[in-house]
Design a protein around this ligand. Structure first.
Ligand code: SF4
Ligand code: SF4
Ligand code: SF4
Ligand code: FES
Length: 947
């Protein structure tokens, strides 16, 4: 079905078909379908203005009236459902008259500036005037009107021009039904009625700039500023958002080589036509003036950069790697790939390290986010990934969110989740802080908010499981048929112990025992319960234990293996899942197969035509420690900014300073690049081909919509380096890399670019058994056969509060920004968030004499930094919170090097600190400012001609 066509009202899914006749054409559609949609599916267009197929019908414009044989009057086709054997006429003289009259009224109060209007050619009002044959307006244009209404230009990305508004309510309904924010209303009645963002301008209102209203508006009232500036697009290319793990599908709408608009795809499997402010609007960084597009090299980080040709840069990097390996050993070099990279880029990075470097020193940024997910899920259920698709949430009766903030981190999925909550699903939130969903709107609020103390996740999940076991809420049948009985019995004995009861753990977790009991009963009810979790689960010293605890609770209550349930890790970045799948961990080949496994090694050795090393390589923390102790001398970082994103910044920068050849491949001179010797300019997601895999294992195409400003797609740069090192790679297109992945990885066996083009996207496993992919996993049995319960003993973190450090700092993200902010800080999203703030409870602020916006010094065992205060009871007493999107904030200067026992994932979420009122930045911040200014000057000093 045409994904750009607007059928007027949403598709219905009833299996019962209704037959009717429209304008002489026999039509058969699911029960509940509107006459308008039935007509549209049969190729008959009924004029419409207030209807669109992303929204429930409203019936306000009266343009879509039809005649139905045997019925009186003229029903609105958008709000009238089909009935068996109806005979409908959409075009009669009477209907033409009525429609003309309606249009005359609209046009008499509408500016007649069509030729100079930004949406000329893309305006439904204009189309409808043509469709009804309007030639003149009998009422004239001189009556009372809204033509002088003032424009609201406050939003950086779109304007609101009320003089063009026809009060169809599509924007209001989009904000409610699609986005779930309720920022807009229609104020007043009759002629006085108008769209209002709560009597404020858009920027000061509740609006989160998702753009759903702009997309829904049939006139030029709400329109993108990029369209006003550049005009209408001439072509469009389907691609995938490069920000978060939701993986929204977009049409990049182009004029020549320039993007003029990003429009979410209606047939996008993850987003169904919705988007957030980042994907829809924040793509300006791809052409930002800070972008570096010419390779650069230098001997020392004190030297100015020298712009060089690609050949010189690649040869220099290769000669340095060879020199270092010769001098310090084959193991002294490594690479770090990123979840921002495509699957194909990550695959080539790990291949480069294993085949050309000859070691396994490849790691990825998932080390610092979801590595415990991989470990915990592999151990318990046999596969390192989420079990469901996003649509599964629409069948959940109880949703439990642990350590995630979907409205900020995964906004489009949050909108879908809110829709399910408005339909009546129950909500349990486990989070130290009051995230938006706790009290989102009159229609969406948590039934239970278990406001635990940071660091006590495992105690909390154990106490929930204790209640399930002790109160007889186990799904005995599921456990008996699907799980290992010995491991279960062992676990049952452990979890039944009094020490795991909510009462015993209350003082540790801070959650009243009766709340835990009620939440456990709700979760274990007979319907579908699903768990969604984020970095608030994984970034702890017991991150892997907590993931196992989640799997235990899910299996114990039988909530896995069908729609509406499951374990759903909300992956942070666009391709965390894919980066892990592609073998970017030092101990695993693609498809999570251990490097010590002979059969797997033989497979890769014969395909890659080289011998492969059988010992796991270095993880990022080992690389950094090795650099400081003098054993590790070179790192190649693609798309990853460890100097900002990894914990204990001073330790990271000391390690980088200790290396002899740091190679950075990125769009910008990021924090890590300031310590680099080779800078290889990267290509943006708009400039390359490849695939991303989102949080639901959905592999989607990234398509090149313009030529790379740096000259190469990123995978080509890795290929150049490999060839210069003497290990030949000869891929002509990213699709050939995916073909190799498919050939060597059983879960990807059926994946190819052609297949993705055909199906839109594919959720792995995709193989002979599941040729079109697998939306729900572990249906009849777990990937490992039987599910395995693990003992999850709660061991408190060593990062405890004391007199010197009496508060706990925890961290998170904000909607407008994406991780280290390298992209979003170079867009107008900065208007929402110019700096990272420290949230502090009013009691803690008062104790310390801290007022709103005061400078606050934050000291931990690792370091100190200074941020401005935001006083709020969203955080509990004893807990402070900040985001980490601006490098100067130094949020990671204060985080310690504590990490998960199994995977080394840093304990970002728990740092004991003290805060005091101060008047100036920290020493580190002053040094940072000077250092980064100096490094930027070292780029500017470069006067060398490019070959
Ligand atoms: S702003 Fe657009 S969508 Fe909203 S009521 Fe006016 S014309 Fe309709
Ligand atoms: S941009 Fe999104 S949040 Fe803002 S008013 Fe429009 S629909 Fe609502
Ligand atoms: S929700 Fe995530 S993937 Fe979707 S548009 Fe926003 S940032 Fe992009
Ligand atoms: S489109 Fe049916 S009443 Fe407006």
């Amino acid at each position: 079905m045409d994904d750009t066509k607007d059928f007027g009202t949403p598709r219905k899914s009833s299996k019962k078909l209704i037959n009717l006749n429209i304008d002489g054409i026999d039509v058969s559609v699911p029960e509940g379908t509107s006459i308008m949609r039935a007509a549209s599916e049969a190729g008959v267009s009924v004029p419409k203005l207030c209807a669109t197929d992303s929204l429930d019908p409203f019936g306000s414009c009266r343009l879509c009236l039809v005649e139905v044989e045997g019925k009186r009057g003229y029903p609105a086709s958008c709000t009238t459902p089909v009935e068996q054997n109806l005979k409908v006429h959409t075009q009669t003289p009477k209907l033409a008259d009525i429609r003309k009259g309606v249009m005359e009224l609209y046009i008499s109060d509408h500016p007649l500036d069509c030729l100079t209007c930004a949406t000329n050619g893309d305006c439904e009002l204009q189309d409808m005037a043509g469709a009804v044959g309007l030639r003149d307006v009998r009422y004239g244009y001189d009556g009372e009107n809204h033509l002088e209404s003032e424009k609201d230009e406050s939003n950086p990305y779109f304007t609101f021009d009320p003089s063009k508004c026809i009060v169809c309510s599509r924007c209001v309904r989009a904000c409610e039904e699609v986005q779930g924010t309720y920022a807009l209303t229609i104020d007043g009645r009759g002629f006085e009625s108008k769209v209002s963002a709560g009597n404020k301008d858009f920027m000061d209102s509740e609006c989160v700039s998702c753009g759903a209203c702009v997309q829904a508006c049939p006139t030029a009232t709400l329109v993108e500023k990029s369209i006003i500036d550049h005009g209408q697009p001439e072509r469009s290319v389907k691609t995938t958002c490069a920000y978060c793990g939701v993986g929204c599908s977009f049409n990049a709408e182009m004029q020549g080589e320039e993007v003029v608009r990003m429009t979410p795809n209606k047939d996008g499997g993850a987003n169904h036509g919705h988007s957030c402010v980042k994907g829809r609007f924040a793509w300006g960084y791809t052409t930002h003036k800070d972008r570096i597009t010419t390779p650069m090299i230098r001997k020392s980080i004190k030297d100015p950069w020298k712009k060089v040709s690609w050949e010189e840069a690649i040869n220099y990097a290769a000669s340095e790697i060879k020199r270092i390996q010769k001098k310090y050993g084959f193991d002294s070099v490594g690479a770090i790939s990123s979840s921002r990279c495509t699957n194909e880029e990550v695959y080539l990075m790990q291949k480069l390290v294993r085949a050309a470097y000859g070691n396994n020193n490849i790691d990825t940024c998932a080390r610092v986010c979801h590595s415990p997910t991989g470990y915990g899920l592999k151990a318990t259920i046999g596969e390192s990934s989420g079990t469901q698709n996003f649509d599964s949430v629409m069948k959940a009766d109880v949703i439990m969110i642990i350590g995630a903030n979907p409205t900020d981190g995964h906004p489009v999925f949050a909108s879908q989740m809110k829709r399910r909550l408005r339909e009546g699903a129950k909500l349990i939130i486990i989070d130290p802080r009051e995230i938006d969903l706790v009290k989102n709107s009159p229609h969406v609020k948590a039934d239970f908010h278990l406001k635990l103390k940071p660091g006590t996740n495992v105690a909390t999940i154990n106490s929930l499981a204790h209640v399930v076991v002790k109160e007889g809420l186990l799904d005995e049948e599921f456990i008996k048929s699907r799980c290992e009985s010995e491991a279960f019995n062992y676990w049952k004995d452990f979890i039944s112990k009094e020490e795991n009861s909510p009462e015993s753990l209350e003082s540790e977790t801070g959650i009243p025992a009766n709340l835990v009991r009620q939440a456990a009963r709700l979760f274990a009810q007979k319907g579908n319960s699903a768990i969604y979790y984020g970095l608030g689960v994984t970034e702890h010293s017991q991150g892997s234990t907590m993931v196992m605890g989640i799997a235990n609770l899910t299996m114990a209550t039988g909530n896995i293996g069908r729609e509406g349930v499951g374990i759903n890790p909300l992956r942070g970045q666009n391709n965390v899942q894919g980066a892990c799948d592609m073998g970017s961990f030092p101990h695993e080949f693609p498809g999570y197969r251990h490097v010590s496994d002979l059969a797997t090694r033989n497979l890769f050795e014969s395909a890659w035509n080289t011998e492969l090393y059988d010992e796991p390589g270095l993880r990022i923390p080992n690389m950094l420690d090795g650099a400081i102790s003098g054993k590790f001398k070179s790192v190649y970082c693609e798309g990853e900014d460890i100097a900002q994103s990894d914990p204990d910044t001073k330790h990271v920068t000391h390690a980088l300073e200790s290396m002899e050849c740091v190679i950075v491949q990125d769009l910008f001179l990021n924090e890590t690049a300031m310590y680099a010797h080779v800078f290889l300019p990267g290509s943006s997601f708009l400039e390359k081909n490849g695939t991303f895999t989102n949080a639901e294992r959905r592999i989607s195409r990234v398509r090149k919509v313009m030529s790379p400003k740096n000259g190469y797609e990123d995978w080509e740069i890795t290929q150049l380096l490999s060839n210069a090192l003497g290990y030949p790679m000869n891929y002509k297109h990213a699709s050939e890399i995916m073909d190799e992945v498919a050939q060597l990885t059983p879960t990807f066996k059926g994946v190819s670019f052609d297949k993705i083009d055909e199906l839109g996207s594919i959720q792995w496993p995709c193989n002979d058994e599941y040729p079109e992919g697998t939306p729900t996993m572990h249906v009849d049995e777990f990937v490992r056969g039987k599910g395995k319960f693990f003992i999850t003993e709660y061991i408190p973190t060593t990062e405890r509060v004391n007199n010197k450090f009496p508060l706990i700092l925890t961290t998170g993200r904000i909607l407008a920004h994406y991780n280290v902010g390298a992209q979003t800080r170079r867009t107008n999203n900065t208007e929402w968030h110019t700096e990272d703030l420290i949230e502090i409870h009013p009691h803690d602020a008062e104790d310390r004499g801290i007022n709103e916006q005061d400078w606050v010094g934050i000291n931990s065992r690792a370091g100190d930094t200074v941020l401005r205060a935001k006083i709020t009871d969203r955080v509990q007493p004893g807990v402070i919170y900040t985001t980490f999107h601006h490098p100067v904030s130094g949020a990671n200067v204060i985080t310690t090097d504590n990490s998960d026992w199994a995977t080394n994932c840093p304990e970002f979420k728990v740092t004991a600190v003290q805060v005091t009122k101060v008047t100036q930045p920290s020493d580190w911040q002053e040094k940072y400012q000077k250092f980064s200014e100096k490094q930027i000057n070292l780029v500017k000093k470069n006067e060398e001609k490019v070959n």
